[in-house]
Design a binder for this molecule. Sequence first.
Ligand SMILES: *[C@@H]1O[C@H](CO)[C@@H](O)[C@H](O)[C@H]1NC(C)=O
Ligand SMILES: *[C@@H]1O[C@H](CO)[C@@H](O)[C@H](O)[C@H]1NC(C)=O
Ligand SMILES: *[C@@H]1O[C@H](CO)[C@@H](O)[C@H](O)[C@H]1NC(C)=O
Ligand SMILES: *[C@@H]1O[C@H](CO)[C@@H](O)[C@H](O)[C@H]1NC(C)=O
Ligand SMILES: *[C@@H]1O[C@H](CO)[C@@H](O)[C@H](O)[C@H]1NC(C)=O
Length: 424
Amino acid sequence: MATSKSLLLFLALVATCAVIVSGHNITDILKDFPEYSDFSSYLQQTRLADEINSRQTITVLVVSNGALSPVVAKHPLSVIKNFLSLHIVLDYYDPAKLHKISNGTTLSTTLYQTTGNAPGNLGFVNITDLQGGKVKFGSAVPGSKLDSSYTKSVKQIPYNISVIEISAPIIAPGILTAQAPSASDVNITALLEKAGCKTFASMLVSSGVIKNYETAVEKGLTIFAPNDEAFKADGVPDLSKLTNAEVVSLLLYHAVADYTPIGALKTTKDPIDTLATSRAGKFDITTTTAGDAVTLHTGVGPSRIADTVLDATPLAIFTVDSLLLPSELFGKSPSPAPAPEPVSSPTPTPSLAPSPAPTAKAPSPLAASPPAPPADTPEGSPANAPTAEAQTSTPGSSAVHVKASVVIVVAAIATTVISSLFLS
Ligand SMILES: *[C@@H]1O[C@H](CO)[C@@H](O)[C@H](O)[C@H]1NC(C)=O
Ligand SMILES: *[C@@H]1O[C@H](CO)[C@@H](O)[C@H](O)[C@H]1NC(C)=O
Ligand SMILES: *[C@@H]1O[C@H](CO)[C@@H](O)[C@H](O)[C@H]1NC(C)=O
Ligand SMILES: *[C@@H]1O[C@H](CO)[C@@H](O)[C@H](O)[C@H]1NC(C)=O
Ligand SMILES: *[C@@H]1O[C@H](CO)[C@@H](O)[C@H](O)[C@H]1NC(C)=O
């Protein structure tokens, strides 16, 4: 049967394509190298691994366990996260490109720059190709020493991810001595008020749910706080009609008992339990990603993540631009729940996100993304335009790629099935 054979072939081919677009996994890459096990473990604990996996065009500068431990020992995870972020460069540098840096020196953007906490050149690394072929790395803050050298290549997936070993960690001035607030000292109410979420904050206090949040912080907590406009938006249900117990559920629904920074939200595929979840499948949320915009879905409606208020392991606080309305309290919307990807969509344009990345209003740290093409173009002076660079949008986001490939898979299967029907 020629048709069934070609059908099998076709499906195999399609399956292969679907696997290729799934992207890289830094944990998987590093697991074959025990000498970087500490580095990899910290990437996982800080969820930077998710951030790396969710980005295209990235270079990870790894250091061996022996070089890392003396530097990070005794520091809290939130400090280690900032420090490690300086080792994640938002561009693709393989050994060949390192030796072809124009004029021999360049400043390259790191993930730390995207946090919004990096004044001046703090979020950049200086990469300098010295005469004689030695490539040096250091903080781009003026006066910093180039104390770290390229030692060897670890792994390259061309133009997607490059992992290279450097001899010593890059230590920017102040990065390890910055006073990181301990999560239990953070005044959540005050932070929320300052971030424009006064209504939400006062509901947390009056209902007592703030105590649930505070108790959960130490083991990891993520808060999705609707801003004050969200409570005034058209179509918001009359919350005064809710019972006290329902208000408590609604507020618990706006937090997750886990530290899930933006990179983790981008890579999460399964529904996420909230503090309101008491049974599997109840009071959960799903996420979709379009470029750098992450949207939460409740089954009733979408809500876009607007800003990061705080990202300090183990606590993450985001503002969202609509209330999260659990279907358990507010019923299903007449239009189908958006949880599964719209497989039948003919275009790779995500229709679910109310406002995709490019229209994001504020220059929020979430809008940061790597410079799109892996070209050899020199970076502009970061002191002049770091935010502009950090806002470059990536047209080829992984979510879009995956979606496009799903469309292709469905189309291919349909074509094959139809043609086999005709031929038999
Ligand atoms: C690089 O990433 C893109 C987008 O995710 C993917 O289409 C491509 O196949 C990847 N390249 C390799 C060599 O894995
Ligand atoms: C990445 O690889 C690690 C180790 O192989 C695995 O445990 C983890 O599930 C992978 N993550 C994803 C998102 O595939
Ligand atoms: C390279 O150096 C020359 C001379 O110092 C300068 O004119 C030029 O702008 C530099 N190019 C880049 C891309 O920095
Ligand atoms: C990188 O650092 C070296 C040494 O401090 C300095 O001479 C060079 O100008 C720096 N590169 C850039 C692009 O600022
Ligand atoms: C936290 O901030 C709120 C609002 O600013 C204030 O009313 C409260 O007293 C503060 N709590 C503590 C423990 O400082």
